[in-house]
Design a protein around this ligand. Sequence first.
Ligand SMILES: *Cc1c(COP(=O)(O)O)cnc(C)c1O
Ligand code: SF4
Length: 385
Amino acid sequence: MRIVKDKYVKIGRHEFQAGNRSIWSNEPEEMWNNWMWQQSNRIKTLAALEPVVHVSDMERQAFEASSDMFHVGITPYYAGLMDKDDPNCPIRLQSVPTMGELKILPDDLEDPLNEEGDMPTPAITHRYPDRVLFYVTHNCPVYCRHCTRKRKVSDPSTSTMNKQMEDAFLYIESHPEIRDIVISGGDPLSLSDKKLDQILTRLRSIPHIEIFRLGTRNLVTLPQRVTDDFVEMLKKHAPVFVNTHFNHPKECTWEAYEACRKLADAGCVIGNQTVLLKGVNDDPMVMKELMHKLLAMRVRPYYIYQCDLSQGISHFRTPVSTGINIIEHLRGHTSGLANPTFVVDAPGGGGKIPLLPEYVVKHEGRTWTLRNYKGQEYTYVEPEL
Ligand SMILES: *Cc1c(COP(=O)(O)O)cnc(C)c1O
Ligand code: SF4
């Protein structure tokens, strides 16, 4: 069943409600719904956070100590989703600094995925045969505490210049093997519609480009960014894939639902990449709930990432077995559509490596002994060819 009311949608047992307005409840509706207002009223300082939640001593300490390492930025919308009293709230853990960020372990790496090593030109990482990452900005509406690109993101001195942008286009144009562009950053939706339109127009003019994906967390942290004008602009460039980054069911609000609805109605295909984070979503029941909510928003779960080895995010890392166990609890137990691929992005630039629970019990000659999701064993014998 689907119930649609003013700022409320219910699909089956999933309710999508408008986010809490917190200290901004008197702000006029047109301000709150305006993404520029949300951008310019972001929480960047401890003083600005204090009235919104009961800041714990540890958070206060971490905020001050980490301030020159990785900026804080939290949109009023995302801040409104925080639990005022619980520092372990999943929204808070993802956006307010904690002491864990100050800890750098011997195994931590500055550029764990060796993205710099595979850079033929400053705005491109070319690792796989037919597709590239294209960095178009280093800004994001909310700076995720678990960001793997902390070395670059939020630092204005590394932002993509026009010259770098042009070099990237020239690189893509001169490499006919590239058919798929992952437009990333930072968050490409930090750019204006006009600038994005220019980028997409240029990419669409390249004969060998088939698809591109916008890698964006705006649907989660600033859903107001997805305006009618924006989706109209995207329509011109179809097919457009959008890969977003929901990590917790609490992020699935009415605003997020609406942003996804507009994109999907405009013909975009939306996928989700979740990062496995200790204390946020390292629980099979939380993940299953998230995957179900995403499907109700017309978002197809794509990847769950093992938290990588970037510096200052060790407090978020889980054992690899946690991710495998989550897949064990999804596959067979719920819709195949709700099953993302669990991947480890190999340190040193090896790329994404998928991991699954072991379903092969034994393999001898033409005989495969397999187990299903209930642990029951079955034999498949290959016919003699
Ligand atoms: C993740 C990634 C891609 C895209 O990989 P898919 O598996 O196609 O989603 C492309 N290039 C780099 C460097 C990546 O890290
Ligand atoms: S939106 Fe993406 S790039 Fe930006 S801070 Fe979050 S994880 Fe990093």
